[in-house]
Design a protein around this ligand. Structure first.
Ligand code: E4P
Length: 216
């Protein structure tokens, strides 16, 4: 399973990257708004920092505009992935960009049928949003499971990029189902390492090492 970090915050990306925990980055306009930077410059900097794929989202809704913006974004760096909304126009542009060898991430997916269409359009990634479904009392993890089954039934190569991850529990559930990638905010990724028994055990070991006079 690959770990993408869901943020536009360069410092947070650099911190996790230094730990070897970043396989890629996803951004969206709301995340970019939070950091208040020039969009294209920011994407170029993230792409230079991280080895893996970096998703950058178009802001047009018509096919012509999305296509032009997608090509512009793809020109920023070889590891840019063009993020397109799951609309009929977005799917059309996905098919065209995929045909040009440009990586795509179809975003705002909330149903299995939407994911089926994205795979047929040749998307590199499909982003089903778990947390936002949970917010309206629909089981987001269940959607990941359904998409896994459908993609396996037909050997679709589109990668399931589980998004809108809100907790370590979401990460575990996605790993059990076999999602290809999770994208999560930096605090969720860091929290995966936490366990109270680890903290307590380490405290005891260090106290015992001190009282035993162990040196290395
Ligand atoms: C994914 O690509 C999205 O940027 C993100 O996961 C959305 O998460 P949210 O629902 O917590 O805003």
């Amino acid at each position: 399973m690959e770990f993408f970090v869901d943020t536009a915050d360069l410092e947070a990306i650099a911190e996790l990257n230094a730990l070897g925990l970043v396989d890629g980055v996803t951004t969206n306009p709301s995340l970019v708004k939070k950091v208040g930077r020039d969009f294209k410059e920011l994407i170029a900097e993230i792409c230079a920092l991280v080895d893996g794929p970096v998703s950058a989202e178009v802001i047009s809704v018509d096919a012509e505009g999305m296509l032009q913006q997608g090509r512009t974004l793809a020109g920023i760096a070889p590891n840019v992935v063009v993020k397109l909304p799951l609309t009929l126009a977005g799917l059309q542009v996905c098919k065209t960009l995929s045909g040009e060898g440009i990586a795509t991430n179809v975003t705002l997916c909330f149903s299995a049928n939407q994911a089926l269409l994205a795979a047929k359009a040749g998307a590199t990634y499909i982003s089903p949003f778990i947390g936002r479904l949970d917010d309206i009392h629909i089981d987001g993890v269940d959607l990941i499971s359904n998409i896994r089954t459908i993609y396996d039934n037909y050997q679709f190569e589109t990668k399931i990029l589980a998004a809108s991850i809100r907790s370590p529990l979401h990460v575990k559930d996605c790993a059990l189902i076999g999602a290809d990638v999770i994208t999560a905010p930096p605090p969720v990724i860091s929290a995966l390492a936490n366990h109270v028994l680890t903290d307590n055990g380490l405290k005891t070991f260090l106290a015992d090492a001190k009282s035993a006079g162990i040196t290395i």
